[in-house]
Every structure is written in C-alpha cells, then in structure tokens.
Ligand binder design. Structure first.
Ligand SMILES: *Cc1c(COP(=O)(O)O)cnc(C)c1O
Length: 364
C-alpha cells in the first residue's frame, strides 16, 4: 500500500517496520530468546498476581514504578556485586523503550549519537525517531573496539550520546572495563552500555555497572527479554546515577509501564533463581556450539552472549534458506558473509548442526 498520499515525515517514506521474520518453524534460533518457557510454579505465581492486579485495573498504575525499581536494584546488586538503590534504576517497556527515552532526553535535533558497527540494527531507528543525527564508526576485525577510531569519531562529532552494546549484538563481543573507562574519558556526552546479554557473560567478565559510582554520564541498560525468559513481558531497565533517572522521567509517557507489566516483572524477579536456572546450560551450549563450528572449519566470533556469529559464506542467504528448508530458522545479520544462530536447547542445537551439515554453502 502506498503511503504517498499521507503527510508522512519525509525520512520515513519507503521505510519498513523493523523486525526479524516471525515464521512458524520447528526450530526458532533467530531472535536470541531463552528457549525454556517459565516453569509451572512461576506461571502459577504470575497468574495469581495478575488476578490480584486485575481487581484494581480501574486505577492508573504507580507511574514511578517504585516497588519494581526496588526489586530491580536488589537483583542487579546481586548480579554485579555493586550496591544499587531504587533511585538508580528505571524500567520501561523493553530496553528498546529505554534507549528511545535516553535519546529523547539526551539526543534530539542538532545533536549526534554515535556507535560502532557491526552492532544492533535498532540503534539507527531510535536515532531517526528522535531526530538525532546518527553516525557509525567501525569495530576492529575481531569486533573489539578500536580506541583510536573512537577518539577520532568523538573528536569529529562531539556526540551527546555514545552507544555500545556489551556483549555486542550480533557479534557476542564483550568489552573490557578498561576500554569502557577509556571511552568515558574521551566522550563528552552520555555513554550508554547496552548489557542486554549481561547475564550470559563468561566467568570473570565484569559488568559496566562497576563503573557507575565513578562516572555520572554512564548508563547501563539491561533487559528481562533474554536471560530471564521474559521477552513477552516487555521489561527493560537502566541503571545510572539518580540524575540520569530524573532526566529520563521528564520524557517518559505518563503511566508508561502498565500495572500488569510491573507486577509480572516483580513476580519474575522474585523467582529469579528459577528463571535464570537455564543460563548456565545455555552458556555451556554456546561454548559447545562455538567449539563445534570451529571444528567444522568455520570462522566464529568469540561470544559472551546467547548466540554465535559464524561464517563466512559466499552466499549467506542461500545457507539461511537451506537451513530454513530443514526447519531451522536463524538470522541473516551482521557483516556480509556471516550468520547468527541463537543458542537453543541441546535438542534444537543438534537439529541446527544436522541441518548445517546438509547445506553445501560455499565458504568465503
Ligand atoms: C534483544 C536486545 C535488546 C532487548 O530489547 P528489549 O526491548 O528489552 O526486548 C536490547 N539491546 C540489544 C543489543 C538486544 O539484542
């Protein structure tokens, strides 16, 4: 359908809504979801809490989300070993909404946001939606951060927001705290470290949350969509200094987070141990997948996330298509020639390996 007759913003003409194909395929390894559904005890607790909330749905929810922020502070303190308070936490409908709120508060017309590719393909869309100029530099060949490149880009563009995913999507690369520290020293504006995959990091890999006390312009974002197996609950959050939270509160929509969302997230946090129980299985399966792909002679990026980037193929689309024909959906993303597979259950990964062995994709 043509949108031409509508007074659509010029930069939106011809653009498509973002999203991976949602295909009905037996093995879905394309959006980095946790393949394990919540255990029955958690399902029952969510249902009971939702029933209680339902009785009060005539009222608006707590727009400051205080109880949830308290619970998030407790959880993130446990995960990172850093003491955090509710005033340092802020939740929204997925960390996608958090990013948009950050750009609404700190980006905007006449301002620039910067990131380093290959990275999350949603970032340019948040920038577009908030009228923020978007500039991307390059990561190194091993997908690590190229600090001289960061320095040059920061110098040239003076970004008010610098966004880095760690572990990075789609490469899986985690950043050293020393690199993040260096970026914070270089950058004049806000530095956002997107730790959507933080819980999957390998032992000994630190969280940027450790640097919060030192750097008031640092923001760390997290989500319950991945490790917590709560993608359908739409709950992301940030941790930062209380001033950052106050800034974001100015631009948030009133009552942006429904009573049901807040309650479901609180129940999930109260059952964190049960929901996160499969994280170690997924990490082991990830490491096994990396090892297996390397044995087959593929190039594989180091991964601290719940997915693996591998290649390189002369025609990656043909490989993606062939896997799909064998009932395995992965993601055609990242630099040319690479493909990304999310880590599923051991049975799903076996089907992935079988399907990949049946493809005859030519290596680049
Ligand atoms: C999946 C993902 C998110 C999470 O998005 P939600 O809106 O919280 O579901 C954020 N950042 C990156 C890099 C991701 O891959």
């Amino acid at each position: 359908m043509s949108l031409e007759p509508l007074p659509l913003r010029e930069e939106l003409l011809g653009q498509q809504p973002y999203g991976a194909p949602q295909l009905d395929v037996p093995v879905q390894l394309n959006t980095n979801e946790n393949p394990y559904p919540p255990p029955p005890a958690v399902v029952a607790a969510v249902a009971a809490a939702a029933a209680e909330v339902a009785a009060g749905l005539n009222r608006y929810p707590d727009r400051e989300c205080l109880a949830l922020r308290q619970d998030l502070a407790g959880y993130l303190s446990r995960d990172t070993g850093v003491a955090l308070t509710a005033e340092q936490l802020w939740p929204a409908n997925g960390s996608n909404e958090i990013m948009q709120q950050l750009l609404q508060a700190f980006g905007g017309p006449g301002r620039t946001a910067v990131s380093f590719a290959p990275t999350y393909s949603m970032y340019p869309e948040y920038a577009r939606n908030t009228h923020t100029r978007w500039v991307t530099g390059r990561r190194q060949d091993d997908f690590g951060l190229d600090l001289p490149e960061v320095a040059a880009l920061v110098q040239a563009h003076q970004p008010s927001v610098l966004l880095l995913a760690s572990p990075n999507n789609p490469t899986g690369t985690a950043l050293d705290l020393s690199d993040i520290r260096r970026v914070l020293e270089l950058a004049p504006g806000m530095v956002v470290i997107d730790e959507a995959y933080g819980e999957f990091r390998r032992a000994g890999v630190p969280s940027a949350v450790e640097l919060l006390a030192e750097f008031p312009r640092l923001v760390v974002t997290r989500t319950m969509s991945k490790a917590f197996a709560l993608a359908g609950g739409r709950l992301g959050y940030l941790a930062a200094g209380p001033a950052v939270v106050d800034a974001v509160r100015i631009v948030r929509l009133p009552y942006h987070l429904s009573a049901l969302s807040q309650t479901v997230a609180r129940v999930a946090l109260a059952h964190a141990d049960q929901l996160l129980a499969q994280v170690s299985t997924l990490r082991a399966e990830r490491d096994a997948t990396v090892g297996w792909l390397r044995e087959q002679g593929y190039q594989v990026a180091e991964s601290d996330a719940n997915f693996v980037l591998f290649g390189r193929f002369t025609d990656r689309h043909a490989v993606w298509q062939s896997l799909l024909e064998h009932g395995v959906l992965i993601r055609e993303t990242g630099p040319e020639g690479w493909l990304r597979v999310s880590v599923g259950t051991p049975a799903e990964m076996q089907q992935f390996r079988t399907a990949l062995n049946l493809t005859t994709g030519e290596r680049a």
